[in-house]
Design a protein around this ligand. Structure first.
Ligand code: SF4
Ligand code: SF4
Length: 86
């Protein structure tokens, strides 16, 4: 099975994974991110277009919208559970 390169950013609310070899640079995730933390990177994707990256890992809420709208499954978001406050 083929293994894809993955770029991971871990914040306190979520872990964000981007698979640059799957990103076609359409910008949908960037448009729909409610906190505006996705930006273009210098790294090129599958069609030679820029891929996205997370510029502020603490600004990512883990909402998962970017993962849902990406047509090529290039993003995976793991939302982290908040610790219970006593
Ligand atoms: S999970 Fe939500 S806040 Fe985080 S990068 Fe994706 S759309 Fe933005
Ligand atoms: S929606 Fe997916 S394919 Fe489009 S720019 Fe974002 S990560 Fe890349």
């Amino acid at each position: 099975m083929r293994e894809y390169e993955v770029m991971t950013e871990k914040g306190s609310k979520a872990i964000f994974h981007l698979f640059p070899e799957l990103c076609k640079g359409c910008g949908l995730c960037k448009e729909k991110c409610p906190t505006g933390v996705l930006v273009w990177s210098d790294k090129l994707g599958v069609y030679g277009t820029p891929t996205v990256f997370l510029r502020d890992k603490e600004g990512c809420t883990g909402c998962g919208i970017c993962q849902i709208v990406c047509p090529d499954c290039a993003i995976r978001v793991e939302r982290l559970q908040r610790k219970k406050e006593h």
